[in-house]
Write a protein of this length. Structure first.
Length: 117
């Protein structure tokens, strides 16, 4: 079993910043990709950012220049620093890990980010 616990969501004004954190625990030998997805009401879940075990980062166009993903392999954590937040960033944000091969892919339960004045 693998558990992902997210934290850091909340209400923020447009232009503000938030930092999301996710800690993985359980039966984990190695984590390959770690990342963040989001799902706004009545929309499909979409990739926000992903980081490989080697540190290669990929961002959705909406996140480029405003969000920064980072990870700590020893602690099995992945963070998402979000700045210049916009109302359209409002969504539930889900942590994601890929353990590779038969290890499987896992999702957190989500943390809500609301950008509103």
């Amino acid at each position: 079993q693998v558990q992902l616990v997210e934290s850091g969501g909340g209400l923020v004004q447009p232009g503000g910043s938030l930092r999301l954190s996710c800690a993985a625990s359980g039966s984990i030998f190695r984590i390959y990709d770690m990342g963040w997805y989001r799902q706004a009401p009545e929309k499909q879940r979409e990739l926000v950012a992903i980081i490989s075990v080697g540190g290669t980062k990929n961002y959705a166009d909406a996140a480029k220049g405003r969000f920064t993903i980072s990870r700590d392999n020893a602690k099995k954590t992945v963070d998402l620093q979000m700045s210049s937040l916009k109302p359209e960033d409002t969504a539930a944000y889900y942590c994601y890990v890929d353990l590779g091969g038969t290890g499987g892919k896992y999702w957190g339960k989500g943390t809500l980010v609301t950008v509103s004045s």
